[in-house]
Ligand binder design. Structure first.
Ligand SMILES: *Cc1c(COP(=O)(O)O)cnc(C)c1O
Length: 389
């Protein structure tokens, strides 16, 4: 009797219904298993494919030097950091990494978090609260959007890269709030275009706002030294909150904030996702430090990546590409079904290039991530299959 009753009133039945609607909308996703070292070719579900799905833009995640640095760090410091940075988790190698990041970004200081996602949650949540206003680009990464909700601040989206819309929203709302934080991806992760950074800096100054730029897809790629979009736009030295990840071009795991000494000192005292979580592992920390040294010493990797980007854009010039100024190139599709079937066709031909669909993005697309270590023949083959569809 109790059992029948529990079936009728099961509190978890909604999960099944919800999954059914996700399937019906063609929004269902599942994981795909990759085996072997990261690289331009990987094994996907047991079959070799050319990899256009990775954020490992410089090909460092499988680099012998990062692997060696990680192994040495484990042998010296163990596998876990054993505590938060303020308790028992702080090691010299954390500080070394932070100083390397600050030097690359030309900022007074930097702070590493356990992921880029946590860096955004914890920074936004520390800088603004219920009396404050956040204005975020509508295409911002999930971590910035969730950080805005978590902070308790009033959060408004402005139209993508639309400074006029941002201005209008500031004119109406700015005076009603104490502090204001403008947030933007620097390279938009699902489109590959850049934020209008110089204009955003000017408007932030005009309306007395802080400006946070998320350099997740720009660090190691944009700018002469690979410092990111800030360097690309000659804005180095501006007072900004620069966030990024160690997990993409730097081939490791973790996130960071770079900025003024005061900003970093404040975050060490107020950022919940830094204070109440275990310090970055020794292996990830050492691998990221090794990666930043390579970014500095081997600009030819960055150059090779840009050569690949230009070459593929040229090959695909007849397709409907979204405007991109980064290593992310997207091809537009009318429906999730056509994007999915194209991705499947490519995969059958040995090419891993995922379809990205709503709700992640407003319109369905195939998203291509280019790497410095892609060979010309990889790009030729991709273009051939895309053009014959
Ligand atoms: C990937 C990404 C993050 C999250 O970084 P992780 O280190 O993977 O957690 C944050 N912001 C943007 C724009 C990203 O693309």
């Amino acid at each position: 009797m109790a059992k029948i009753w529990s079936i009728l009133t099961n509190s978890y039945n909604w999960l099944n219904k919800s999954l059914t609607s996700i399937h019906r909308a063609h929004w269902y996703r599942s994981v795909k298993e990759i085996t072997g070292l990261p690289g331009a070719m990987v094994e996907l579900s047991g079959r070799p494919v050319i990899n256009f799905a990775s954020n490992d833009y410089l090909g460092l995640a499988g680099d012998k030097r990062l692997i060696k640095a990680a192994i040495e760090a484990i042998e010296t410091h163990g596998t876990g950091s054993t505590g938060s940075r303020l308790m028992s988790g702080h090691r010299k190698l954390h500080r070394e990494l932070e100083l390397e990041i600050a030097a690359l970004k030309n900022t007074e200081d930097a702070l590493v978090f356990s992921s880029g996602y946590l860096a955004n949650l914890g920074t936004v949540g520390a800088l603004v609260g219920v009396k404050d206003l956040i204005l975020g680009d509508q295409y911002n990464h999930s971590s910035l959007k969730k950080g805005a909700i978590l902070s308790g601040a009033t959060s408004l989206d402005y139209l993508h890269n639309n400074v006029a819309d941002l201005r209008q929203k500031l004119e109406i709302n700015r005076s009603l709030y104490r502090r204001c934080l403008i947030t933007t991806d620097s390279v938009f992760s699902m489109d590959g275009d850049l934020c209008p950074l110089p204009e955003l800096i000017a408007i932030a100054q005009e309306f007395e706002c802080m400006l946070l730029v998320d350099e997740a897809h720009a660090t190691g790629i944009l700018g002469k030294k690979g410092a990111g979009c800030v360097e690309h736009f000659n804005c180095t030295g501006e007072e900004l909150i620069q966030i990024g990840t160690l997990s993409k071009a730097l081939g490791s795991l973790g996130g960071y904030v770079a900025g003024s000494a005061n900003l970093i000192d404040f975050l060490r005292n107020r950022s919940a996702t830094w204070i109440y979580t275990t310090a970055l592992s020794p292996a990830d920390t050492a691998a990221a430090t090794a990666a930043i040294k390579i970014v500095k010493q081997e600009p030819e990797r960055r150059q090779q990546l840009w050569n690949n980007i230009e070459y593929l854009k040229h090959l695909l010039s007849n397709l409907e590409l979204l405007p991109s100024k980064s290593s992310i190139l997207c091809i537009n599709f009318g429906t999730p079904e056509t994007a999915l079937s194209t991705a499947q066709k490519l995969q059958d031909q040995g090419i891993f290039a995922p379809a990205i669909r709503p709700p992640t993005v407003p319109t369905s697309r195939i998203r291509l991530s280019l790497m410095a270590i892609h060979q010309k023949q990889h790009l030729d083959l991709l273009a051939r299959h895309l053009l014959e569809k």
